[in-house]
Design a protein around this ligand. Structure first.
Ligand code: MN
Length: 383
């Protein structure tokens, strides 16, 4: 029996790599549904190659283009964000790969959990915004969430066989991003163009900026808290520029397990798809330790990179604070990408948004929708 997969965000960096992984294992997986936000051309290409049952384009303006291009295929075509949130409930789907970017991932993931689908989670914003709610729902519907994020996949792999052994702490590795060595004065003047020359990982534009500001690591810390049920002081962030150690777990006897490998997202993607088995792949790169004269580790600098401190602040506050953090971040990252906001303005606006949006201690889904909207409006007004 082939595992039937829906890929949300199939034209993004994780989505395309997921399709590469699946193309290598056609007798194990079948692509049932693919969805994209805006990239109709690539979505059409993917549909012609993988012949899914359903294709969804979020942008209504692109519906006719997709419909026309696929008119000779036996494929149902839908448009709109609501269609993405509904299609995950399709009874034929076994697993949903949530690889879209940002807050828009939340509703489809909630619906997929309620429909009992396994989730391969690449959309970290889902857990950042609504970690507690997601945890409640996965417990209630007995659904497993398999991490695709490389650090969380590493921790997940370190935990195999450790069911009875509590985690003392995790060490979440960070590449440090392209601006790791810059002074605060230099950081005042950096541009999106400089950030997009990221050294280690092949990623989309939004996560590349998040990686340059260390917000990505802040988000991953929040993601880890919910995935592995940790208190915030059980999470340590370690800068490791070579990106070879993908993260570590320390147990109560002081032993530390690490997962290593070349930085390539296809490895954690494949592990999430085929867990608990490992997928044989000749395409994934092999590591030669001799090529790495040294693996180095250092403490992150929260003064030069205040977004990491803001993430700690938001998760300590809890409630809807991480939702505010995420919404403000989505606005300022978009502005930074368009050269309408400087590096430190991003953190300033996020801080102001955290201070100004109404705090809710135990938010429900509707509170997240309201908070997200209010925080975006506030952050936009500060640009
Ligand atoms: Mn990551």
């Amino acid at each position: 029996m082939k595992k039937k997969i829906a890929i949300l965000g199939s034209t993004g960096s994780i989505g395309t790599q997921t399709l590469d992984v699946i193309a290598e294992q056609p007798d194990q997986f079948e692509v049932l549904t693919i969805t994209a936000n805006n990239n109709a051309d690539l979505l059409i290409q993917q549909a012609l190659k993988f012949k899914p049952d359903n294709v969804v384009i979020a942008n209504f303006d692109k519906y006719n283009q997709v419909k026309e291009a696929l008119k000779d295929e036996d494929i149902k075509i839908y448009a709109g964000q609501d269609a993405i949130a509904q299609i995950v409930e399709d009874s034929n789907i076994d697993m949903v790969v949530a690889s879209m970017v940002g807050y828009s991932g939340l509703k489809p993931v909630i619906n997929a959990i309620k429909a009992g689908k396994s989730i391969a989670l690449a959309n970290k914003e889902t857990l950042v915004v609504a970690g507690e709610l997601i945890k409640e729902l996965t417990a209630k519907h007995r659904v497993s969430v398999l991490p695709v994020d490389s650090e969380h996949s590493a921790i997940f792999q370190c935990l195999v066989g450790e069911d009875y052994n509590p985690i003392e702490k995790i060490m979440l590795t960070a590449s440090g991003g392209p601006f790791r060595m810059m002074s605060a004065d230099e950081l005042k003047k950096v541009t999106a163009k400089q950030a997009l020359k990221h050294p280690n990982w092949d990623m989309g534009a939004k996560i590349t900026i998040d990686s340059a500001t260390l917000m990505n690591k802040g988000f991953e810390m929040i993601e880890a808290k919910w995935l592995f049920d940790l208190a915030i002081d059980q999470i340590e962030v370690v800068v490791h520029p070579q990106s070879i150690v993908h993260s570590m777990v320390q147990f109560e006897d002081g032993a530390v397990k690490a997962q290593l490998g070349m930085p390539d997202m296809k490895v954690p993607i494949a592990y999430a798809l085929s867990y608990p088995l490992r997928m044989k792949s000749n395409n994934n790169p092999r590591m030669s330790l001799a090529d790495y004269a040294s693996l180095t580790f250092e403490k992150p600098d929260m003064e030069r990179f205040p977004n990491l401190a803001l993430s700690f602040e938001a998760i300590r506050k809890g409630g809807n604070a991480p939702c505010i953090l995420n919404a403000a971040n989505e606005i300022v990252v978009d502005a930074f990408l368009k050269d309408r906001c400087s590096f430190y303005q991003m953190s300033d606006i996020i801080q102001q948004t955290l201070n100004n949006i109404h705090y809710i201690e135990s938010p429900r889904y509707s509170d997240f929708v309201e908070t997200d909207k209010a925080a975006r409006e506030f952050a936009l007004s500060k640009l």
